[in-house]
Design a protein around this ligand. Structure first.
Ligand SMILES: [Zn+2]
Ligand SMILES: [Zn+2]
Length: 134
């Protein structure tokens, strides 16, 4: 609870109860939910939560750099708490997202003079569990 409040304050976002709960959820569950999934997961614990609040909150968090959005064409946009630089592997069978560490990307020379706001590395394929079932 305290950590989420601190993170929000640091990012200049007023730590309302619902915002804290949404951020905490993303910090604890590393399952890269969509806005829709997050809404359903939290709705049971926060009955007053509205879908609009979830969408607005995720948008504000992403803009402030607290969380990252991961674009997938299967389930739409997924959200992830930003801890370190890691890449994502998207399984095209079970739609799970796996994190993996990655080195810093090298583009300083090719993209000199560009303003870069975010980095996203997404590998797509079939995860180990799904590959075994084939
Ligand atoms: Zn899979
Ligand atoms: Zn991730």
């Amino acid at each position: 609870m305290q950590k989420a409040v601190e993170q929000l304050s640091k990012s200049g976002i007023k730590p309302s109860y619902q915002r804290v709960k949404i951020l905490e959820h993303l910090m604890n569950e590393k399952n890269h939910p969509t806005a829709e999934q997050l809404y359903h997961q939290l709705k049971t614990r926060i009955p007053t939560l509205s879908k609009a609040t979830v969408y607005n909150t995720l948008h504000a968090f992403t803009k402030s750099g607290l969380i990252r959005s991961v674009t997938t064409n299967q389930l739409g946009t997924r959200y992830d708490y930003v801890t370190d630089d890691h890449g994502h592997f998207l399984c095209l069978d079970c739609n799970r997202i796996f994190d993996f560490p990655r080195e810093k990307l090298c583009y300083e020379r090719e993209l000199e003079g560009f303003e870069i706001y975010s980095e996203e590395v997404v590998l797509k394929g079939i995860c180990r569990d799904c590959a075994k079932k084939r």
